[in-house]
Design a protein around this ligand. Structure first.
Ligand SMILES: Nc1nc2c(c(=O)[nH]1)N[C@H]1C(S)=C(S)[C@@H](COP(=O)(O)OP(=O)(O)OC[C@H]3O[C@@H](n4cnc5c(=O)[nH]c(N)nc54)[C@H](O)[C@@H]3O)O[C@H]1N2
Ligand SMILES: Nc1nc2c(c(=O)[nH]1)N[C@H]1C(S)=C(S)[C@@H](COP(=O)(O)OP(=O)(O)OC[C@H]3O[C@@H](n4cnc5c(=O)[nH]c(N)nc54)[C@H](O)[C@@H]3O)O[C@H]1N2
Ligand SMILES: [Mo]
Length: 608
């Protein structure tokens, strides 16, 4: 590995090597991985799978509120609300424990599918995939004309309403119905429910975030919540439901190509100076911003792309869009190193696999969806000679010529350094310690001092912009990257099912041991299936401009006729990402996992 990394550096410079991380890594690993990339490799190319997840919501939240923390309030607050709007989130399957906080509120669910979550809603709006920004603009339009706007709040706590309204003014309900398929009466009912609620929340999931207009779409929902006066008011609010075990912390400590620890900016001089001081290096020696996750993968092994890649905590061969192309790029590398504890599809392609310890075998912290830092404790010993990710990073760094003391491998020591690096930053962890967490304290960042009790509820006294006000963003609806046409007449959308987790490498390992492989399915409306010559349980081929994938038909009467749904948990010829569109949002570089043009048909004998 070291020879390969040094060769890449010699021939192509420090950017000849790159790092790909994951939001499942602990805070300590995320932090050390970012430091390793920028100091030991000296590369600007480090990014992670959060870019595939909620990067658009983070960008929209930062623009509107001055800082983004997925949920700026504890989940338990939801239980007392009168109404909750869930836009593109299927929490009954993806976060089942959250459902217990959603018993009392009236639920409004926006999802092209009638999910388990939608089935429990008081109102289900079922738009065509990729039309949410039109729907959100329409809901804002109705809130204004039906007199549901909190004008005092808008005047005292926000800026930019007029510009946002100028865009929404042309999204009258009939036009919105035509674009989205959501009936005018249902639009009105949603606004009435939110307007009548004394306390309400608007929450977004991947369904509205993973789009080539993801930032604008989330911005349109934030605008709606601001018009109703929800964010920063006790008992109400706006939030994004982050997904992975450390979906929050994973992005706050420097795995994202444009961020340094403490949610600092890699291009801000004061931010660079602070982090460089903690790391004991000159600010100028820190590299600048690198490529975003998909752009990084897309460039591997090309003339100006990295020739060596280290992967920690992701399985991009299955989870990245346009997966066949990504596999080709990985195959073009001089050196691929994968650290994992199961033989993932990406690990199977690697020149070197590092079999690291797994969560039950190590100490650390993660930050949950409400910004609360949780201790993860070791439950069992690891097999002998298996190293932790921290030990791997330290060993590699030293072999690359770095001083050992720069890479502590004791999680507590790493966390203490992370606290110093985050001090004064937007995500300030400096007051959070293992001792405080172990004594049972519930600490949400920002927590700027050892005597500070953390911040479970943000924005109550003001938003994080210098004038304390939130910003409406002037957004319009733009259509998705691909619309159905005669060749590819359907929308294909993707997501999750309850019984599978992520790219599935771990579930498959368990299934392998039990001799029971899970099978890929595609959800199809009965009429769509009939027209395509398909019956329930048939093997179907779903194709798009990127390629094709195979899945068993599940006929679902509540599907939209123009849409099929593929869970993304399956590998090889069953991967949903063989058909997904890698079109990127211009502001956040999140890919368009949630909509593309496709067709479906029977899979001929022996095909695939
Ligand atoms: N069981 C299970 N739970 C998980 C995971 C898992 O893999 N399995 N993964 C975790 C992770 S990393 C994440 S990020 C979260 C994700 O949690 P969710 O966001 O709830 O998950 P998804 O299924 O990706 O997307 C949610 C819904 O978006 C809908 N959708 C698709 N296209 C559109 C659209 O254009 N507009 C709208 N409004 N909705 C659309 C889909 O039909 C789907 O029901 O789940 C976490 N929890
Ligand atoms: N079509 C489509 N594609 C999607 C999505 C979608 O909705 N539709 N969702 C996207 C989203 S939201 C996400 S988050 C990604 C998730 O997809 P991936 O980024 O591939 O994440 P995982 O499948 O969780 O893979 C994590 C890998 O890291 C390993 N791992 C876990 N913990 C550790 C650790 O501590 N150290 C090391 N070294 N390895 C570890 C696991 O064993 C596993 O093999 O997929 C994205 N892809
Ligand atoms: Mo995610």
């Amino acid at each position: 590995m070291v020879e390969g990394l040094l060769a890449a550096r010699r021939r192509y410079g420090p950017d000849g090597a790159a790092v790909f991380g994951g939001g499942g890594l602990t805070n300590e690993k995320s932090y050390l991985l970012g430091k390793f990339a920028r100091l030991a490799l000296g590369t600007r190319h480090i990014d992670y799978n959060g870019r595939f997840c909620m990067a658009s919501a983070a960008a929209a939240g930062n623009a509107a509120f001055g800082v983004d923390r997925g949920l700026p309030f504890p989940v338990t607050d939801l239980a007392d609300a009168d109404a909750v709007l869930l836009a593109g989130a299927n929490v009954a399957e993806t976060m089942p424990p959250l459902m217990r906080h959603l018993v009392r509120p009236d639920l409004i669910v926006i999802d092209p599918r009638r999910t388990a979550t939608a089935a429990r809603a008081a109102l289900h709006l079922q738009p065509a995939p990729g039309t949410d920004s039109a729907l959100a603009l329409g809901l804002l339009h109705l809130a204004v004309v039906d007199g549901e706007v909190d004008t005092t709040y808008v005047r005292e706590r926000t800026h930019g309403f007029d510009a946002a309204w100028r865009r929404a003014v042309s999204w009258w309900p009939e036009r919105v119905e035509e674009v989205t398929g959501v009936a005018v009466g249902d639009q009105r009912a949603a606004v009435r429910m939110l307007g009548a609620a004394k306390n309400a929340y608007v929450l977004t999931g991947r369904g509205v975030e993973q789009h080539s207009n993801g930032v604008d779409t989330v911005g349109a929902f934030i605008n709606l919540s601001l018009a109703l006066g929800l964010p920063g008011r006790a008992g109400s609010g706006f939030g994004c439901l982050t997904g992975q075990g450390n979906g929050q912390g994973g992005r706050e400590h420097g795995q994202k190509s444009d961020q340094l620890p403490g949610y600092r900016s890699v291009v801000d001089q004061a931010d660079r100076e602070h982090v460089a001081r903690v790391w004991g290096v000159a600010p100028d020696s820190l590299p600048g911003a690198g490529r975003s996750a998909y752009e990084l993968l897309d460039s591997l092994g090309t003339a100006d792309g990295p020739k060596a890649l280290l992967v920690f905590g992701s399985n991009p061969v299955v989870s990245a869009p346009h997966a066949r192309h990504v596999a080709e790029r990985l195959a073009a590398l001089d050196l691929l190193v994968v650290a994992d504890f199961v033989p993932s599809e990406t690990a199977r392609m690697a020149d070197v696999v590092l079999p690291v310890t797994q969560w039950a075998e190590e100490e650390g912290t993660v930050t949950n969806l409400e910004g609360r830092v949780l201790r993860r404790r070791r439950l069992r010993r690891s097999p002998r000679h298996v190293r932790t990710d921290l030990e791997v990073l330290r060993g590699l760094a030293v072999a690359l010529g770095e001083p050992a003391e720069r890479y502590p491998d004791d999680p507590r020591e790493v966390f203490d350094e992370l606290r110093r690096a985050s001090r004064g930053g937007r995500a300030d962890y400096s007051g959070i310690s293992y001792d405080r967490l172990d004594s049972g304290a519930a600490l949400h960042w920002p927590c700027p001092g050892s005597d500070h009790f953390g911040t479970p509820r943000m924005f109550l006294d003001g938003f994080a912009h210098s004038d304390g006000r939130a910003r409406f963003v002037a957004v319009d609806h733009t259509p998705p990257g691909e619309e159905p046409d005669s060749e590819y007449p359907l929308h294909v959308t993707t997501g999750r099912v309850l019984a599978q987790y992520q790219s599935g490498a771990q579930t498959r390992r368990i299934a392998e041991l039990n001799d029971a492989a899970p099978e890929a399915v595609v959800e199809v409306h009965p009429d769509t299936a009939r027209r395509a010559g398909l019956r329930d349980d048939d093997l179907a081929v779903i194709s798009s401009r990127r390629g094709k994938t195979l899945a068993r038909v599940r006929v679902v009467a509540t599907m939209r006729q123009d849409t099929v749904f593929l869970p993304f948990h399956f590998p090889d010829q069953h991967s949903a990402n063989l058909v997904t569109n890698p079109a990127l949002d211009p502001h956040s570089r999140i890919p368009e996992f949630k909509v593309g043009a496709a067709r479906i048909g029977p899979c001929g004998e022996g095909a695939g």
